[in-house]
Design a protein around this ligand. Structure first.
Ligand code: NAP
Length: 248
């Protein structure tokens, strides 16, 4: 798919992987809506992204709220005339083994990391079907959607769900030319897994799990998302970008 002139929504586009993805779409000549809950972070992101192109706006929304996601798609179409690429990227992580985790913390992660991706996929698909020109839906899953991790069971459950949601949606939407895929990163250098967020000891242990000896740079994941948006024969797949983590 030629991205120049197309419209992309990037949820969680105000930080980390989403921010780099928004940069990459703008560099390709696409128009971009970045989404987050925090208005200040949104304004800062747009100020930075505008240095690449003026075709970028912020939508303050919460992807765990269905009406907010429906409003987001309407906003993108009103602003830029169409929706061609949906990147369901917003996500959080909460640590706690299964016997320690509260039902509230379980629900928070499922609400954002899985339900939010469902809402994004659903309303993007409705809009893309209406337009009749196909489209691409890409969700940021994780290697934690294909392997187990004792410390983050809710995150693993949500990301595994995101993988299966993508496969199922890819099958029902293929006849409309709408492709649905996931990118499954290993650990990525973002605030979500910074030393401040998870502590030096866990950070170092996680780096050591990657045969390439480092976390990914956010732009390396953005590059994979662009690839999935552009390649018109990929659907229903999971692109693992993990420095060899899952090769063992
Ligand atoms: P990040 O730097 O913490 O950024 C998260 C982004 O999501 C922020 O823009 C945040 O903005 C937004 N967000 C969070 N909850 C939201 C909600 N309910 N509604 C709207 N926006 C929301 O995280 P990241 O590391 O780039 O992670 C992005 C995605 O990659 C996540 O799905 C994560 O699970 C996945 N991932 C990350 C890694 C990693 O190692 N970093 C590895 C594999 C997969 P607000 O807080 O202002 O809403």
């Amino acid at each position: 798919m030629e991205l120049k002139g197309k419209t992309a929504i990037v949820t969680g586009g105000t930080s980390g992987i989403g921010f780099s993805t928004a940069q990459a779409f703008l560099e390709k000549g696409a128009k971009v809506v970045v989404v987050g809950r925090n208005a200040q972070r949104g304004e800062n992101a747009v100020a930075e992204l505008s240095k690449i192109s003026a075709d970028v706006v912020f939508y303050q929304g919460d992807t765990s709220d269905e009406s907010s996601v429906k409003g987001l798609v309407d906003f993108a179409v009103e602003k830029f005339g169409s929706l061609d690429v949906m990147v369901n990227n917003a996500g959080i992580g909460i640590h706690g083994t299964v016997d320690e985790l509260s039902a509230d913390d379980w629900a928070k992660v499922i609400d954002i990391n899985l339900n939010g991706v469902f809402y994004g996929t659903k309303y993007a698909a409705i809009q893309m079907k209406k337009q009749g020109k196909g489209g691409a839906i890409i969700s940021t899953s994780s290697i934690e959607g294909v392997i187990g991790d004792p410390l983050i069971p809710s995150y693993c459950a949500a990301k595994g769900g995101v993988n299966q949601l993508a496969k199922s949606s890819a099958l029902s939407l293929a006849k409309d030319g709408i492709r649905v895929n996931t990118v499954n990163p290993g650990y990525v250098d973002t605030p979500l897994v910074s030393v401040e967020a998870i502590g030096q000891e866990l950070h170092d242990a996680l780096v050591a799990m990657h045969p390439l000896g480092r976390f990914a740079k956010p732009e390396e994941i953005a590059h994979a998302i662009i690839f999935l948006a552009e390649n018109e024969f990929i659907t229903g797949t999971h692109l693992i970008v993990d420095g060899g983590y899952t090769a063992r």
